[in-house]
Ligand binder design. Structure first.
Ligand code: EPU
Length: 438
């Protein structure tokens, strides 16, 4: 199959699709299975490339992973073993998940090898919080001359007090996956509290962990000697939900997203309403539609939960190109997440990006030469173009722009979108989009 999608744009997306489990939860829950003495079952797993990558990583470490269709994944960690660093390196590809294997592998095997990490090119994406936290537990981190790092725990892992400089999702998960089996109590301050993290805590609790989440971003974990497998139904992907909702808004469409849930999407729903979109929350999902007439411009800042997610930003920006007036978007989570706007400009959007913080939220990127604020002036008539997907979320935004534009666009590199959007070609077809593989 080619890596190009030909999109005949200009018609609204209408129809119903089913959303699946959250990419940014499922991969971590799969890693958690390494901590159990008995097999785990994870349900509502999306068919996305990231799941394949984590499956391969677990298999390299002796975990057997069986896809049992509607019954989900069965993960059996009874024969965990060391993997060859070269194999891990070759297999990890662009994934950032290997870093989260550290805690579980240290508990099971006493050592872990982490290759140089990939992931979307949306900023520097350092792992200093991860390594610092692991050291606090008593791990020893050695940088390897040929690339990657080796982590050992000669004296075992002990509970500790950690305060994150920033509420990082990955670092919070690192601490959780390490502390549950460390000796004694761990206190994590300034933790991330994204719904995907709370679902991971639910999984760990099912396995036998003792974890409390206090107000003010403090998580306490009492280490236990043994954890069992779990049976869990993954929460819905709220990024997939917001992406399709924005596609409906930008194309003047009307979509029903089966499985979308309100509590995890409150902040998005407020913004969607302020822009002029309509939604209707039902028991089995949420309907999103463009009611006709003009959309309104807004001022928005991305933030950690419960703020407006950084991953909702790119699809929303495409919808904002269709709103009347000037919208301002201040990105405070990643320093370089406006690269995707180059293609939108090529398609006729008026978007300027700035180094200044155009907003009041405390931001780590001011005065540091990062183009992390955008001003979108609309409405703009988008026209077709030949574009190349830059990263996962930016790529889906390009797709939305091509759907909203008049004429036929060629979108190259759509394989990147498979990383996080299940069967998006089929879903586009179900919503009446005129697309074909080029
Ligand atoms: N950071 C550091 N040092 C660290 C870790 C993070 O400085 O050791 C910084 C990052 O550079 C970034 C900020 O902290 O500026 C937040 O990063 P975080 O650790 O929260 O992100 P992550 O765990 O690497 C996950 C998702 C991202 C999502 C972010 C924020 C996964 C696999 N990835 O990344 O998802 O944007 O949380 O919610 O869970 C995506 O799905 O497209 C995606 C990029």
């Amino acid at each position: 199959m080619t890596d190009t999608l030909i999109v005949h744009g200009g018609s609204p997306l209408n129809g119903r699709i089913r959303l699946r489990g959250a990419k940014n939860f499922v991969s971590k829950a799969m890693v958690a299975s390494l901590l159990g003495h008995t097999p785990s079952r994870l349900r509502n797993v999306p068919a996305i490339r990231d799941v394949g990558v984590v499956t391969g990583l677990l298999e390299l470490h002796g975990v057997s992973v069986h896809d049992q269709g509607e019954d989900g994944l069965l993960l059996d960690p009874s024969e965990v073993e060391r993997a060859h660093s070269a194999d891990i390196d070759a297999h990890a590809g662009t994934s950032r998940i290997p870093i989260l294997l550290c805690g579980p592998l240290l508990h099971r095997l006493g050592e872990a090898f982490i290759p140089d990490l990939g992931g979307c090119r949306i900023g520097d994406r350092p792992i200093n919080y991860h390594l610092e936290s692991l050291r606090r537990f008593g791990a020893v981190v050695d940088k390897l001359p040929g690339g990657g790092i080796r982590i050992t725990a000669p004296d075992g892992l002990r509970g500790t007090k950690i305060e994150l400089e920033y509420p990082s999702v990955g670092a919070t998960e690192q601490v959780l996956l390490t502390a549950v089996r460390a000796e004694g109590v761990t206190e994590l301050k300034n933790s991330a509290i994204e719904p995907e993290i709370l679902d991971l805590i639910a999984v760990l609790q099912k396995m036998g962990a003792i974890i409390s989440v206090d107000t003010d971003r403090v998580i306490r974990i009492e280490g236990v000697d043994r954890l069992e497998g779990y049976d869990h139904y993954a929460l819905t992907d709220r990024i997939e939900a917001a992406s399709w909702a924005c596609a409906a808004l930008a194309t003047k469409g009307d979509v029903f997203l089966e499985g979308a849930t309100q509590p995890e999407m409150m902040t998005f729903l407020n913004v969607f309403r302020k822009v002029g979109g309509r939604f209707d929350v039902r028991q089995d999902g949420i309907r999103f539609w463009h009611p006709g007439g003009d959309l309104s411009s807004i001022v928005l800042e991305t933030d950690v939960h419960p703020g407006f997610m950084t991953d909702w930003q790119q699809p929303l920006v495409v919808a904002l190109t269709q709103a009347s007036g000037l919208s301002i978007v201040h990105e405070t989570v990643y320093e370089q997440r406006f690269g995707f706007t180059d293609a939108l400009r090529e398609m006729g959007a008026t978007i300027q990006v700035y180094r200044e913080c155009l907003g009041g939220a405390p931001c780590r990127f001011g005065q540091r030469n990062f183009l992390h604020s955008a001003v979108v002036s609309g409405p703009s008539k988008l026209h077709s173009a030949e574009i190349t997907v830059p990263d996962l979320r930016g790529g889906f935004s390009h797709l939305i722009a091509a759907l909203a534009a008049e004429g036929t666009s060629k979108v190259h590199g759509i394989g990147l979108i498979d990383r996080g959007y299940e069967h998006f070609g089929d879903k586009l077809a179900a919503l009446g989009a005129m697309v074909e593989r080029g």
